[in-house]
Design a protein around this ligand. Sequence first.
Ligand code: SAM
Length: 236
Amino acid sequence: MPADFFERGDRGGGGSEGGSDFFVFKFRAEIDGYVELFRRLEPERIFELGMNDGGSTILFAELARPRKLVSIDLEPLAQVRERVERRAAAIGLGDAVRVFGGVDQGDRAELARIADEEFGDEALDLVVDDCAHLYEPARRSFNELFPRLRAGGVYVIEDWRWGHVPLGREETAEWVPEIPLSRLVVEIVLASATVPGLAADLSADGRDVSITRGEAPLSPGAFDVSSLLGTAPPPV
Ligand SMILES: C[S@@+](CC[C@H](N)C(=O)[O-])C[C@H]1O[C@@H](n2cnc3c(N)ncnc32)[C@H](O)[C@@H]1O
């Protein structure tokens, strides 16, 4: 990892505001996993959901040197966008890195508009959802962006198991009334049983779920993972 990134758990003495450092809201092991994924996948077209301090955006840009990396966030993040754009330009990726504040990951029409405008007919290689971590908005993003992946492309959903960690931790306790993100993961597993070729591979660890897109044709705009859960035959 380039020297001036700080990962989750290591604020590196005060964060990145105003300086040239970037804070990555991920644990070291997770970042190592991305380094390995980027080495294997060599993604050229990346859609990131959830930017925070811009650290993951710049990390992904430096790892991949992609043709296009789009990152969105609900917050306007004007200063973050400025810093990300400045760094991207400094490493020769000024035209490749595009950041959009004020975009809700649950706004499917807006995601479609951005994807159409930024990628045209080109399929995505990688989508990373590190965003609201809630079932409904994450499902809407998945419905719009998963069909836009090429076969073999990867969709990562971070922090999928928050609804199942021991309660009492402040950061998860406040989410309890929400539908856990794990429901989306279960729907994706069931849909991949219903639709052969939807997923070529599914894997999960203690933090992230990765879904590798299979060969099945799927339509952005019409795809709805929740409608593909199938019906188990009655027991005989
Ligand atoms: C965990 S942080 C992202 C961290 C960043 N990917 C990194 O690794 O450094 C989650 C981000 O998602 C954004 N967010 C939360 N809900 C959102 C939504 N519905 N749509 C878009 N962004 C959202 C928050 O503003 C926050 O910046």
